[in-house]
Design a protein around this ligand. Structure first.
Ligand SMILES: C[S@@+](CC[C@H](N)C(=O)[O-])C[C@H]1O[C@@H](n2cnc3c(N)ncnc32)[C@H](O)[C@@H]1O
Length: 462
């Protein structure tokens, strides 16, 4: 981080602006909005700024800048079009460790002014550290469009009722849930619609209800998708940002975990082949116990929870114990890997159906209906199949698949480290014996694989 972000309290603090043109006027306006005591020094002062002086909003002094002028000020902004003056202002301020900003000259600045969205008391600031101010402004425009203009009133409402709520809901976790419901529910809608009184009334009713029946815990069984963080669903992201606890396994990448609420507790229950760090029963128990303790628990699983994810077993326990839950689907590895490898799973000329199977070896065998899988005009996707690759290829051939049937192995699909290996049922095992494979990997079998060369589009830097 090149710049340390902070919000400064400038109320009644002396701030100096050198220059009195249009740009200076914009900075002066910002400083006045923040309650600063503003002094303006400029050889020429515009009528508008003179008027602000007459109205006692600021002190305007018509003179040339001198180094001593900076003394006694907390921060200085130089907004002149004279390079020498700007340089002199920066030098004088730096000599006295006073924060200085020279407009459009990051090299002379000890602080920069971010692009902002002002929904006071909510203020959102954006900065590219001077690298791309236009980009920061575009981002601001994007975010501005999703923050209602009356958002600030929501914060004012919270400020007004903060102490009452604190007195009536003692547990911080319960209080957080209460406020999240207020900010995302009917009370917020009343505020957006300009019905302040109804909003207050409804807030008090919600408070009564909450006091009488504290919020019960809940479990969100969420599919985190195949790896790329931007393949998460909006709902997954929203729930992850509300969760008290995140229970996750090894297929969930650190980048995805980073999107969860910062202060949520993170519990790793990762399962890797031959290395079950927590048995399934214990995971089921853990989820139920956390929810019973009133927590909002996200159970985050790779891909989709209902596809080779044991999601069904986990919610069965919750169901039995009467614990509320939601299931949020994720992009399963088959969809993610196929898309990012440019291999359509179905295609009018190649495959009219697609079957997902597990290639997990049990007692060194894979128990699948090979006759069915070896039939033509379909695509077979094998999860957890890399250890059994040779057996899979042999079984397909011995049950009637042509030895030259195309097969692909997608490693770490959708991520920056994705690799796609292709071959045929006859050649693939020998080919892969010379490659170092890093899990997770997915196998795709069928003539659709032949489209990979033509349709491959995803470029990563691996
Ligand atoms: C226990 S299963 C979980 C599947 C997951 N629920 C889903 O819907 O994708 C784990 C297997 O999914 C496949 N897999 C998951 N993510 C993958 C990825 N990014 N690239 C390749 N294969 C992946 C691998 O075959 C891995 O062994």
């Amino acid at each position: 981080m090149d710049y340390f972000p902070l919000f400064a309290n400038l109320h009644d603090r002396p701030c100096l602006v050198i220059g009195a043109g249009n740009i200076a006027a914009r900075k002066i306006d910002l400083l006045l909005r923040a309650g600063a005591k503003v002094t303006v020094i400029s050889r020429e002062v515009s009528p508008a700024i003179t008027q602000l002086g007459l109205d006692k909003k600021l002190i305007a002094i018509e003179k040339a800048f001198a180094a001593d002028d900076v003394l006694g000020f907390m921060l200085v902004i130089s907004a002149t079009d004279n390079a020498e003056t700007n340089q002199a202002v920066a030098a004088a301020a730096n000599a006295h460790n006073i924060f200085v900003n020279v407009v459009d000259n990051p090299a002379l600045c000890s602080f920069i002014l971010p692009a902002i969205i002002d929904r006071s008391p909510i203020v959102v600031a954006f900065s590219s550290g001077g690298a791309a101010p236009v980009l920061a402004r575009l981002l601001r425009a994007k975010i501005e469009s999703v923050i209602p203009p009356t958002y600030g009133r929501l914060a004012q409402l919270a400020e007004k009722f903060r102490d009452v709520v604190k007195q009536r809901i003692h547990a911080p976790g319960q209080r957080r849930v209460f406020w999240e419901n207020i900010f995302q529910g009917a009370v917020a809608e009343q505020i957006y619609a300009g019905n302040g009184q109804q909003a207050e009334q409804q807030l008090l009713e919600t408070l009564d209800a909450h006091e009488n029946a504290p919020t019960a815990g809940e479990v969100y069984l969420i599919g985190a998708g195949p790896g790329a963080p931007d393949l998460l669903t909006f709902r997954a992201l929203r729930l992850m940002q509300q969760a008290d606890v995140i229970v996750y396994d090894h297929l969930v990448s650190p980048e995805i975990l980073d999107l969860a609420r910062r202060d949520s507790e993170k519990i790793y229950v990762g399962k890797q082949r031959q290395n079950h760090s927590l048995p399934q029963d214990s995971i089921n128990r853990l989820l139920a116990d956390l929810a019973k303790a009133g927590k909002r628990v996200v159970r985050l699983k790779g891909g989709d929870p209902f596809i080779f994810g044991r999601g069904g077993e986990e919610i069965e326990t919750l169901m039995q114990e009467g614990i509320a839950f939601q299931v949020v689907p994720g992009i399963t590895a088959a969809s993610g890997c196929a898309s990012y490898a440019g291999i359509p799973l179905t295609h009018r000329d190649h495959a009219q159906s697609c079957t997902f199977v597990t290639g997990h070896l049990k007692d060194n065998t894979i128990n699948l209906n090979w006759t069915q899988l070896a039939a033509p005009n379909q695509t077979i996707v094998v999860y957890m199949g890399s250890m059994g690759l040779e057996k899979i290829c042999q079984s397909m051939i011995s049950h009637g698949s042509p030895p030259d049937l195309p097969i692909a192995l997608v490693q770490q699909g959708t991520t920056r480290t994705q690799r796609v290996f292709t071959g045929t049922l006859a050649t693939m095992p020998a080919h892969m014996a010379h490659e170092k494979i890093s899990p997770p990997t997915l196998i795709i079998i069928g003539t659709v694989v032949s489209l990979h060369n033509k349709l491959s589009w995803f470029r990563n830097d691996a």
